[in-house]
Write a protein that binds this ligand. Structure first.
Ligand SMILES: [Zn+2]
Length: 104
């Protein structure tokens, strides 16, 4: 599981899970308050992990009706989202971004 880059406090699975469902909302460390955002490579990984099985399913199940296809696709989304908190890399939001934000 991902740890805080500042104090090494491990993030909770449900913290990262929630972040995922809110369009990669930044996660704040429970211990030191450092804000982390999902690394861009991890966003790409998420898209691939969701898209590849869906494309595969739509090819394999192209002769099936919508009702038969919905279930495996839902299962894929559920499964991928359960595993993603373990795979995603989070990085500290850089200080320069914080300063600029204050000046706006
Ligand atoms: Zn921390």
């Amino acid at each position: 599981m991902q740890r805080c880059t500042e104090c090494n406090e491990p993030f909770k699975w449900n913290q990262l899970y929630k972040s995922l469902w809110f369009a990669f909302r930044p996660v704040q460390c429970r211990n030191c308050g450092t804000v982390h955002k999902v690394a861009s490579a991890s966003r790409l990984l998420t898209v691939l992990l969701l898209l590849v099985p869906m494309i595969y399913l739509s090819i394999v199940m192209q002769n099936f009706g919508l009702r038969e296809v919905i279930l495996p696709i839902t299962a894929v989304i559920a499964l991928v989202s359960l595993v993603l908190p373990f795979l995603l890399k989070y990085e500290k939001v850089s200080d320069t971004i914080d300063t600029n934000y204050g000046n706006r």
